[in-house]
Design a protein around this ligand. Structure first.
Ligand code: ADP
Ligand code: ASP
Ligand code: MG
Length: 439
């Protein structure tokens, strides 16, 4: 069985949805199709949630109506037969009625997650109606019945495996399944999600849970490129990446993959392919245990980073100092990305500022604390790059004019990370493109 995940742009227009229906029915192997919401929908739902939270019900109502109108047009272009169009109309009406009911009740965090879930619920149901119109046998698998996260928001792979296997057993004769990406249930049984871009994570978790032959991530670009195509003009696709390399790139900002989406596939050794829905014949990127080749493969940038420097004369010769510092971040459940140390100071970066004030207060007794906001982590990723002397020379040679705040080298053989002020991001990515890739 294989997994085919389609992102927002791949389902965002009626003709695209029709195109992917044709693609998935060509498969000889049974398929689980994982769908995102139509492009733009989750952003609209985030906005609706924020307007309701602010108490701007009129604004929220306007946004809901606008989104509903978009879906009305979408289904009338998608479907040709009256019967299926009526079914789709009823589905759209049901989900927008739900949003309109939410408008009337008092806002809560749990409710905002319910709002966000509507996008994937709609896209999968409408896709199934289209399959029905075309007479294509299929089965919708509700993600809320098997996808779950624990108290720490971590997916429960064991339980996902058991529930999904049981669910699939009920439909032994079926070969085409459709499910929602992104959405799940949390430890309290409420509707929740795997964070923005989470459909990739869903696909990888499902692939791991059923030991799929491959996890295909179909998107709007022909694979992982060597640099961020939104920022740098000339970029090229990377044919092969190891799980480690792909995980580093995803974690350090390559938007094509959700930051955590590689580990489930890696743990269960399921190959991941990044493919272009608009250009299915393109090779794309294959991610397996093997790196393919040594040397630098790609660079990525992670935004909104905060650097914290703790300077303390007491750090001198003291053991246990770093533990105490790290415990503060652990207490506030704030992951640390980069760490560099000197004899009297330690610098740390985080990307989650929700508890920054409390963290800084608790760090104060350790010494002087400096904070630099608006930083960017630039990660250079490739097989064994940290061991290649030439690579290091090229890397630093090409960015000599850029003020680098931190360097993380040797933490992993696949990654060298640099921290720079955000205003240098475009420049450094462009210079690296020239210096490291000759592009
Ligand atoms: P989907 O909706 O299919 O999940 P995303 O927008 O989440 O698609 O991811 C695909 C986008 O990621 C591309 O259109 C591209 O702009 C962006 N991107 C950023 N960095 C990279 C990279 N290194 N390689 C490929 N795409 C990248
Ligand atoms: N629809 C969700 C989002 O926009 C999940 C995803 O697209 O992967 O973040
Ligand atoms: Mg995405």
């Amino acid at each position: 069985m294989k997994i085919m995940k389609f992102g927002g742009t791949s389902v965002g227009r009626p003709e695209r949805m029709q195109h992917i229906a044709a693609m998935v029915t060509k498969e000889t192997e049974p398929v689980i199709v994982v769908l995102s919401a139509l492009s733009g929908t989750t952003n609209a739902l985030v906005e609706i949630g924020e307007l309701i939270a602010k108490g701007d019900r009129q604004g929220a109502k306007k946004a809901i109506d606008k989104l509903e109108a978009h879906y009305q047009t979408f289904i009338s272009d998608l479907l040709k037969k009256k019967k299926t169009l009526d079914t789709a109309k009823a589905i759209v009406a049901e989900h927008f009625e739900f949003l309109n009911i939410i408008l009337k009740i008092s806002f809560s965090e749990a409710l905002s997650k319910d709002i966000l879930a509507q996008g994937e619920l709609l896209s999968t149901k409408l896709f199934c109606v289209y399959l029905e119109e075309k007479g294509i046998e299929h089965q919708l698998l509700p993600a809320l019945e098997f996808m779950s996260i624990d108290n720490n928001d971590e997916p429960q792979i064991g339980s996902i495996k058991v529930k999904l296997t049981q669910l699939l057993k009920q439909y032994k004769s079926k070969k085409l399944f459709v499910t929602q990406g992104y959405i799940c249930r949390n430890a309290r049984g409420e509707v929740d999600n795997l964070k923005r871009g989470g459909s990739d994570y869903s696909a990888s978790l499902i692939a791991a849970a059923i030991n799929a032959s491959v996890c295909e991530i179909w998107t709007d670009i022909d694979g992982m490129h060597n640099n961020d195509p939104r920022i740098v003009k000339k970029t090229v696709p990377v044919e092969q990446l190891s799980f480690e390399e792909a995980a580093e790139l995803a974690y350090f900002g390559a938007k094509i993959l959700h930051p955590a989406s590689i580990w489930p596939a890696q743990q269960y050794n399921v190959p991941v392919k990044l493919l272009n829905t608009m250009q299915p014949e393109a090779k794309g990127t294959t991610i397996t245990e093997k790196a393919g080749s040594d040397g630098v493969k790609a660079v990525a940038a992670k935004d909104n980073i905060i650097a914290i420097r703790i300077k303390s004369s007491r750090m001198l010769l003291a053991y246990g100092f770093l533990r105490k510092v790290f415990e503060v971040f652990e207490k506030y459940r704030t992951p640390i990305d980069m760490v560099t140390t000197s004899e009297v100071a330690v610098s740390i970066t985080i990307d989650n500022d929700s508890n920054l004030k409390k963290i800084l207060k608790e760090l104060e007794p350790f010494g002087s604390v400096e904070v630099d906001k608006n930083q960017t982590i630039i990660s250079v990723v490739g097989n064994q790059i940290a061991q290649t002397e030439d690579m290091v020379k090229k890397l630093f040679g090409s960015i000599m004019n850029i003020p680098v705040r931190m360097v993380s080298y040797g933490g992993s053989p696949h990654n060298i990370s640099l921290l720079v002020p955000a205003e240098f991001k475009t420049q450094i990515l462009q210079q690296l493109n020239k210096g490291m890739f000759g592009l």
